[in-house]
Design a protein around this ligand. Structure first.
Ligand SMILES: [Ca+2]
Length: 466
């Protein structure tokens, strides 16, 4: 660092310390050269990708390319399967049952005015903080804390460029709202604007001496399920693979669980009213989700290409996550907002130079709530007090060690506990579900009522939030 950039860094750090309310030096002076952070968020990407299994239909070569550089967490779970509370939990490090931020109607910044967001903490530690696209929830509930911005420079996510009429043909039903659209998009995808902005920041600031925390928030595959026509050529309609579905799958689900399922009429396939090739059919929707998720993967590829071109990749921590998963007809649902595996299980990758080894994998269940303390430790900042997560650095070093289960929440008093083998769900009225993932990946058979599983339930119950 030359004298001028040191002075710039020092004055920026002092200013940041003054405004974050942190009274201690945040940076451990003895640590090695501080790494950049490339923080990649994806919206609504589930686990039905080739990152998890080469037989899955959604092709994610760029996620796999990233995983080949570091550690892939095969069992990572969001805090909440909804955009706003999931992102608030990640960025503040506070669980929804401690913050009260449970759903998309909850304006996290108003409810947590004293929170220091992760990127703001990095700012106080001398980082240039840059961000673009969907990091917090889009819309007003995702607004940052007034006067305490999380980023020094931020490119707000654009509104989706919309066709005049829905591509899927819905015009006169509850689904006629444009967010519930899918198809081949003939207008420019907004993620291209986000990624272009990030590429430009990486290029123009590549010679800066101070470290950078760059957050890139990719909006796809979130509804509307749009992707450019060329992406659809990889997902021909007549070869669309649907999730496996069991008839009457919800018969053994407790009442609150049933209310969380979203049985839209289009998920009943191949009815005379709605043939498979109807643009509004489940088959068409699933095809479009697959293409949208593929497009998100392409955006990740561009970010990695640019990072490599700057020459800073060797000293950059890369972390990639999706805010939650998605049901595509399985569990009679075509949305998130449940406590089941497909709505909560997400891609999660960490590349940490000098810490992770290439192409390694951790199968322990982990929570995205752990990102904040993990990045703080990897960047040699002072540990952040008052947050719920636990640093994953021990797992980055020894991925097979014992680890606590992951906890998920959906509304007050409803939680899931995910261990290596089991998913245990308990609702606020005492309703329970238990699934054995060694035999039942789509969670068809609720074992909770069977006496032989009482001990398993007892073991998982103790992890429920008090
Ligand atoms: Ca989301």
């Amino acid at each position: 660092m030359n004298r001028r950039s040191f002075l710039n860094y020092a004055s920026a750090s002092i200013a940041a310390l003054a405004t974050t309310g942190c009274s201690i030096p945040l940076f451990k002076a003895k640590s090695r050269k501080r790494p950049d952070v490339l923080f990649i968020a994806i919206d609504d990407m589930n686990d039905w990708t080739t990152l998890f299994d080469p037989n899955n239909p959604i092709k994610t070569p760029n996620l796999q390319r990233l995983a080949s550089r570091g550690m892939f967490f095969s069992r990572a779970y969001c805090a909440v399967a909804a955009c706003c509370p999931s992102r608030a939990a990640i960025m503040t490090g506070v669980q929804p049952f401690n913050s009260g931020v449970y759903d998309n109607r909850h304006a996290w910044a108003k409810m947590m005015p004293d929170a220091v967001t992760m990127s703001r903490y990095f700012m106080a530690g001398g980082y240039r903080t840059r961000g673009a696209g969907k990091i917090f929830h889009h819309g007003s509930t995702g607004n940052d804390i007034p006067g305490k911005p999380s980023f020094q420079k931020f490119f707000k996510m654009l509104r989706t460029r919309r066709p005049e009429k829905n591509y899927n043909g819905y015009t006169d039903r509850p689904l006629n709202r444009q967010p519930f659209d899918w198809g081949e998009h003939l207008l420019k995808m907004i993620d291209l604007d986000t990624v272009q902005w990030c590429e430009n920041i990486m290029e123009t600031e590549k010679d800066e001496a101070s470290p950078m925390f760059l957050a890139a928030g990719i909006f796809k595959p979130h509804l509307p399920f749009y992707a450019p026509p060329e992406t659809f050529t990889k997902y021909p309609f007549d070869k669309t693979k649907l999730p496996e579905m069991k008839d009457n799958d919800l018969d053994d689900v407790p009442p609150i669980g049933k209310t969380m399922a979203h049985r839209e009429d289009f998920i009943y396939r191949n009815t005379s009213a709605q043939p498979a090739n109807d643009p509004g059919s489940l088959e068409k929707m699933v095809q479009c989700y697959q293409a949208s998720a593929d497009f998100a993967d392409q955006m990740v590829g561009r970010l990695l290409d640019k990072l490599d071109a700057t020459g800073r990749a060797d000293n950059t921590i890369i972390i990639l996550w999706a805010d939650h998963g998605y049901h595509l007809g399985d569990k009679e649902s075509c949305v998130k907002f449940t406590l089941w595996e497909k709505a909560n299980h997400v891609p999660f990758i960490i590349v940490a130079p000098g810490v992770t080894k290439p192409a390694t994998r951790c199968d322990r269940p982990v929570g995205l709530i752990d990102i904040y303390p993990t990045l703080v430790e990897l960047a040699s900042l002072e540990p952040k007090e008052g947050i719920d997560g636990k640093s994953l650095v021990p797992l980055l070093k020894k991925p097979k060690q014992k680890w606590n289960p992951a906890i998920m929440t959906m509304g007050k008093g409803n939680h899931a506990v995910r261990s290596d083998r089991w998913r245990y769900i308990r609702y606020s009225d005492g309703g329970e579900e238990l699934y054995d993932h060694t035999k039942d990946p789509w969670e068809w058979t609720n074992l909770a009522a069977k006496p032989e599983y009482a001990k398993v339930i007892e073991q998982h119950k103790k992890w429920l939030p008090k």
